[in-house]
Design a protein around this ligand. Structure first.
Ligand SMILES: Cc1cc2nc3c(=O)[nH]c(=O)nc-3n(C[C@H](O)[C@H](O)[C@H](O)COP(=O)(O)O)c2cc1C
Length: 208
């Protein structure tokens, strides 16, 4: 086989997925907030991958309610303020030296909590998309290092700025996720096209 590709062993395989801020409930009834990006949607289920020593994974195994808050690109500094923090006390061995325990994550990030409607953890008020959800299945991955969580979405909140007026659709031209690309933050570039199943494209064609 001929190829000009290099065979490499990168330290991470974070090839560019949206950042989510997960709010969950701690043992004492306070709330934790943690950035993550190993997440994707299967219908109304969101699959999440979380280190098993994170406070978030512990919370979800015991108290399944959560909010999956989706920040926009301009919010990356707030996400990064959360990056060196853990809600777990004592700090897990693997994180010692690099992370510190912080029980008040919303305050530390400078993000305002806003009450949810169907779950106990609050939403992040400034995140344009907020998914109230409940973990339906929590299990270890094959390596035993991560919890794979299947969370069922109960309610979707969207900033009116990103909703096609008068419809149930998120406007892909108005919404931009914050992308975690090999540990660097990016927004989206300009639109390249759309799939044949796009409902918003059909709406604009009808309006034209
Ligand atoms: C942008 C970003 C994305 C991250 N993605 C993940 C992820 O998908 N899964 C994970 O376990 N940790 C991820 N982390 C690391 C967690 O945020 C970190 O382990 C944190 O300490 C968890 O907080 P907690 O212990 O309070 O739950 C990510 C961190 C950042 C900054």
């Amino acid at each position: 086989m001929t190829t000009d590709h290099l065979t490499i062993t990168p330290s991470v395989l974070y090839f560019g997925t949206p950042v989510a801020l997960l709010s969950t409930e701690n043992e004492d009834g306070s709330f934790n907030l943690a950035p993550m990006s190993s997440a994707w949607a299967l219908g109304r289920t969101i699959v999440l991958g979380l280190g098993k020593d994170s406070q978030t994974a512990h919370n979800l195994a015991a108290r399944p309610d959560l909010v999956i808050n989706l920040p926009e690109p301009a919010q990356w500094p707030a996400v990064e303020r959360l990056a060196p923090l853990t809600g777990r006390d004592p700090v897990p061995a693997r994180k010692q030296g690099a992370f510190r325990y912080e029980p008040a994550k919303f305050e530390a990030a400078g993000l305002r909590p806003e009450p949810s409607e169907t779950v106990r953890p609050p939403r992040v008020a400034s995140c344009p998309i907020q998914l109230e959800a409940r973990a339906a299945r929590v299990r270890l991955d094959v390596t035993g290092e991560f919890q794979v969580i299947e969370a069922h979405v109960l309610r979707v909140h969207a900033d009116p700025r990103i909703v096609v007026p008068g419809t149930q659709h998120i406007d892909p031209a108005a919404w931009s996720p914050l992308i975690y690309n090999f540990r660097h933050y990016f927004g989206l570039g300009r639109e390249l096209g759309h799939t044949f199943r796009s409902e918003t494209a059909r709406l604009s064609a009808r309006g034209a």
